[in-house]
Design a protein around this ligand. Structure first.
Ligand code: IMP
Ligand code: MG
Length: 177
């Protein structure tokens, strides 16, 4: 199957507006709580960078790297920790920043792992959500957009490592050969 870049699903302007709205809610909720924002590598890098720059006070930043996909477009259900946190989150207010929730398996695993470390609170902020593809229920406190069950790329999201740098979110199309 050959993949090619399809139409823009969410434009850079729509993303910008949404990131500002999410940041406003998050800033208000976490003010005075000395939160830790945890970006999930690599997909969340662009969203995380934009979100952080819209928070008007200092927040602590850390990253985790997880993999479950390989180069396919379906989750394997098996989540591997490629990079753990550098920070002890015990007693801290933790916000996980994710690019997209598809089956929910990655997030479910992360929530289980991080809650076992006894944070004061643990919430999720995700830019995109594909409700039609959910396999396990996961709580998302801050959500950007619900999208149809299509594979999307751009604004941090990749296909086999490609397209992360595109400023808009596109649908990826597949050509049968
Ligand atoms: P889940 O475990 O099935 O919820 O998958 C979550 C992870 O799969 C996300 O953090 C992404 O890295 C990746 N993923 C899911 N859907 C897409 C997509 O449409 N485009 C790019 N990556 C995706
Ligand atoms: Mg991800």
């Amino acid at each position: 199957m050959k993949a090619y870049l399809g139409e823009v699903l969410i434009s850079r302007d729509e993303i910008k507006k949404k990131v500002k709205e999410l940041a406003a809610m998050i800033s208000k909720d976490y003010e005075g709580k000395d939160p830790i924002f945890i970006g999930v590598l690599k997909g969340a890098i662009i969203f995380m960078a934009d979100l952080l720059r819209s928070i008007p006070y200092s927040v602590f930043v850390d990253f985790m790297a997880v993999s479950s996909y390989g180069d396919a477009t379906e989750t394997s259900g098996i989540v591997k920790i490629d990079k753990d946190l550098d920070t002890d989150i015990k007693g801290r207010h933790v916000l996980i920043v994710e690019d997209i929730i598809d089956s929910g398996l990655t997030l479910k695993y992360l929530l289980g792992l991080l809650s076992s470390r006894n944070p004061a609170s643990l919430k999720v902020c995700a830019l995109l959500n594909k409700p039609a593809r959910r396999k396990v229920d996961v709580p998302v406190a801050y959500l950007g957009f619900d999208i149809p069950p299509e594979f999307v790329v751009g604004y941090g999201l990749d296909f086999a490592g490609m397209y992360r740098n595109l400023p808009d979110i596109h649908i990826l199309r597949f050509e049968e050969q």
